[in-house]
Design a protein around this ligand. Structure first.
Ligand code: TXA
Ligand code: MG
Length: 340
């Protein structure tokens, strides 16, 4: 018995990881209860059959993710989503019509068929329709939805390319469906609804509060833990999305003086810091486009870890649209400096 277990372990540890655009192969692995990394417009996901407990457990193992942390369920269309949820408010239908497929996730009451493992015991499931042609094609060919968190080790930066996924999950999963670099580059916005059909924001992301308000005609409310019976979402854990290099965020001119170091990395929005003595300056969007800055953020953070920089100083981005999601991710990386 012991021997069989240890062989199985060695086999799992030595799994070959390949990457490509073979949807049939991805489908086959998923049907067999294996994990496949999938491209989405936000970040790459680590997918398994959402209706199969054993397959879902593999996600938690591969990511080192605590099992109290629920997973997002991905479907081919809003119509498909409706099979897995109940008591859908009218406003959710309107938002879905406007933004799905797209980077918006809904927290809705689940149907019993969604395993408790996927929702970490919550009666609500997080559900979305990703806007990536390869993954949509794959979902259309499957008879089940896909549970998929971001395809990074727990707490690290989400992957925006197949290469990022390969670097951290190589040997742990059989296949990466390579859909190129993610178009949005930050995770989806997560919203829920209160009794009055108002929208509660749980995580800022690819769809901005302004865009949601334009549909609902009402302000988006911040979801606070007091409005929730369940613990905060992992994207709301203070220290999340963190590079290994310590990061500080604020007024760049001051930070550059305060943390002066020959291996300092600087992340700015549209202009480099004049006179800074470091080869590691990253301007996320020279043309001042927040969408472009969001798309580049995670790749730049990974790059800086690879360069073995001593410290990162980052600007505060304009507090509007997807700029808020950028500031949210950077401030969580700051909090990670203090995490134990
Ligand atoms: O853009 C995205 O949303 C990407 C792509 C792959 O779809 N996924 C993603 O998954 O960011 P993940 O697991 O890294 O973040 C999902 C967040 C977590 O903070 C989790 O706690 C929260 O969604 N979440 C999932 N299900 C939930 C539930 N039933 N109730 C409350 N929060 C939930
Ligand atoms: Mg994540």
């Amino acid at each position: 018995m012991g021997k069989i277990c240890s062989r199985a372990f060695i086999f799992a540890a030595m799994m070959q990881t390949s990457a490509g655009t073979d949807i049939a192969l991805a489908r086959q692995y998923l049907q067999e209860g294996e994990l496949v990394a999938i491209p989405t417009e936000t970040v790459y996901g680590l997918a398994a059959n959402a209706l199969n407990d054993e397959a879902v457990i593999k996600i938690f193992e591969a990511k080192n993710r605590p099992s109290f942390n629920p997973l997002i369920v991905h479907c081919a269309s809003w119509q498909h989503c409706l099979q897995y949820v109940q008591q859908v408010p009218a406003i959710a239908h309107e938002l879905a019509a406007r933004f799905m497929p797209g980077p918006l996730t809904f927290l809705l009451d689940k149907q019993a068929i969604i395993p408790d493992l996927v929702t970490a015991g919550s009666s609500r499931v997080a559900i979305r329709v990703p806007a990536h042609p390869l993954t949509l094609q794959l979902l259309q060919q499957l008879s089940f939805p896909l549970a998929a968190p971001s395809a990074n080790p727990f707490g690290y930066i989400s992957p925006t390319t197949a290469g990022h996924v390969f670097n951290s999950l190589q040997g742990k999963i059989p296949y990466i469906l390579d859909g190129g670099a993610a178009a949005v580059g930050l995770e989806s916005t997560i919203i829920g609804f209160n009794q009055q059909q108002q929208v509660l924001l749980y995580r800022s992301g690819g769809i901005s509060a302004e865009q949601i308000q334009a549909v609902t005609g009402q302000p988006v409310l911040m979801a606070s833990d007091t409005t929730e019976s369940k613990p905060a979402t992992s994207g709301r854990l203070k220290s999340h999305y963190a590079p290994h290099t310590p990061l500080y965020m604020g007024n760049l001119t001051e930070l550059v003086k305060q943390y002066a170091h020959p291996k300092m990395a600087i992340i700015s929005f549209d202009k480099p810091v004049q006179g800074a003595v470091t080869p590691y300056q990253f301007v996320l969007s020279p043309s001042g486009n927040l969408q472009e800055a969001a798309r580049n953020l995670f790749a730049v953070l990974r790059k800086i870890d690879e360069l073995d920089a001593a410290v990162i100083v980052a600007a505060v981005f304009p507090d509007e649209g997807i700029g808020r999601a950028i500031n949210d991710r950077l401030s969580r990386a700051v909090a990670a400096n203090k995490a134990v």
